[in-house]
Design a binder for this molecule. Structure first.
Ligand SMILES: O=C(O)C1=C[C@@H](OP(=O)(O)O)[C@@H](O)[C@H](O)C1
Ligand SMILES: C=C(OP(=O)(O)O)C(=O)O
Length: 430
């Protein structure tokens, strides 16, 4: 198991971060949605992380042809009809990959087995397999289709009206993808809008996906193939956020993040950092599928504590990094209504609190969040529990006090060049 030693940062940095990993959510969707067209999609800046490469490799197993030019641009040519693969479909560590492919494949004739690594095989899938089974999908797996490996026997699906008990873009996307192959318009509603890349991208490809006055997302089944994607994947605001926290906690530091999506469902954590006292600015540059621009973050004195209990879906992936910011803030910060953290790559409530305590910070678990009393972070040995966001969050804490992180290979799932960027700011030893 590989480990890394991060040394405290000896001087403040002022950096343009122009090599932040491309957006993971959008890259997964590029691989999958290109299958709904009858012409090749062009995808620039696709994330070459393990999670999204797994989704691309599954697209290939389903019959897509993927070519890459010298600039790294992908041309994804879909098959005329999706092919029944002669092997299992391995989603690796990716919840997004597995849940969206469940919805995509449930309506396709054939037999498909979705599996993943040991972490993914213990994450709950009933949230998608349940509603899919209720519209006629044949999906089996341990615990009545809750745990992968999942066997999908695709076939005809019924149109539906489904009100989701959780605000999850993965559930919403799986249901929208199934609805595209339904027999009449389907209706989906969530309490609070989760990230909306699926709606934006499919609409951009010509699908009829509208939200009505009562908040129902109305999806019409496809009557013909969609237009291909022609897209440049923006930088991932969730990946960039580690360095936003770095700038907010290292006295005198500044970062500039160009080419990042400014989709409001993705940048709420930056708003929280701003509320805690960091200097944050946004500049919109273009709007194609997504609003894209630049975010600047600078240190502006010690941060203040904050309460985070709403718009959770808009910052769920950033909460571990925010916890590091909270650990340096004046006062007690609290996160509530975030029980979803317990079913990510690790139980992020437990892993965050344990790691903070190891760093000498007072922290307390709630069933749906935690309380963190800001103080002085101390160097510790942190076990990532195979969770990329835990590994990267505590590597950032290392900028202040030094840190040893164990089990860092998981970082390659979403941000393969993370340590390369970090090593421009401080000494990183493997
Ligand atoms: O749809 C997506 O791309 C994602 C949705 C979120 O999960 P949930 O929708 O399950 O909250 C997020 O945690 C994940 O990293 C990516
Ligand atoms: C939760 C995450 O991803 P996934 O659900 O796709 O594994 C994440 O990247 O933080």
């Amino acid at each position: 198991m590989s480990r890394v030693l991060v040394s405290p940062c000896s001087q403040p940095f002022d950096t343009v971060l122009d090599t932040i990993a491309p957006d993971k959510s959008i890259s997964h969707r590029c691989a999958m949605f290109s299958l709904f067209s009858d012409r090749p999609s062009t995808v620039r800046n696709f994330l070459k992380g393990e999670d999204t490469l797994a989704s691309l490799s599954i697209a290939r197993q389903l019959g897509a042809e993927v070519e890459e030019d010298e600039a790294g641009t992908l041309r994804i040519t879909p098959p005329v009809e999706l092919r029944e693969p002669d092997d299992i479909l391995d989603c690796g560590n990716a919840g997004t990959g597995m849940r969206l492919y469940c919805g995509l494949l449930a309506g396709v004739e054939g037999s498909f087995v979705l599996t993943g690594d040991r972490y993914l095989r213990s994450r709950p899938m009933k949230r998608v397999t349940g509603p899919l089974q209720s519209i006629g999908a044949k999906i089996d797996g341990r615990e009545e289709g809750n745990l992968a490996p999942l066997h999908i026997r695709g076939g005809k699906l019924k149109a539906f009206r489904y009100e989701s008990p959780i605000d999850s873009a993965q559930v919403k996307s799986a249901m929208i993808l199934a609805a595209l192959r339904g027999d009449a318009p389907s209706y989906y509603r969530e309490n609070f809008l989760s990230r909306d890349h699926t709606e934006r991208m499919l609409r951009g490809m010509g699908a009829s996906i509208e939200t009505d006055a009562e908040g129902w997302i109305v999806v019409k089944p496809l009557t013909k193939p969609l237009n291909p994607l022609d897209i440049t994947v923006p930088a991932d605001p969730s990946s960039a956020f580690f360095f936003a926290v770095a700038a907010a906690i290292v006295p005198g530091a500044k970062v500039r993040i160009p080419g990042v999506t400014l989709n409001p469902t993705r940048i709420e954590a930056y708003k929280v950092l701003e509320a805690m006292g960091a200097a944050v600015e946004y500049a919109l540059r273009e709007d194609r599928y997504e609003p894209i621009g630049e975010i600047r973050v600078a240190y502006d004195g010690r941060l203040s504590a904050v309460e985070v209990s709403h718009r959770i879906a808009w910052l769920i992936d950033e909460l571990p990094a925010l916890a590091v910011a909270m650990a340096t803030a004046e006062g007690v910060s609290r996160v509530r209504n975030a029980a979803e953290l317990r079913v990510k790559e690790s139980d992020r409530i437990a892993t965050v609190v344990t790691a903070l305590k190891a760093c000498g910070i007072e922290a307390e678990e709630y069933p749906d969040g935690y309380a963190i009393r800001g103080g002085t972070l101390r160097r510790a040995v942190i076990d990532s529990h195979g969770d990329h966001r835990i590994a990267m969050s505590f590597a950032i804490a290392g900028l202040l006090c030094g840190m040893e992180i164990e089990d860092i290979d998981c970082v390659a799932t979403s941000f393969p060049n993370f340590f390369e960027i970090l090593s421009n700011l401080t000494e990183v030893t493997r």
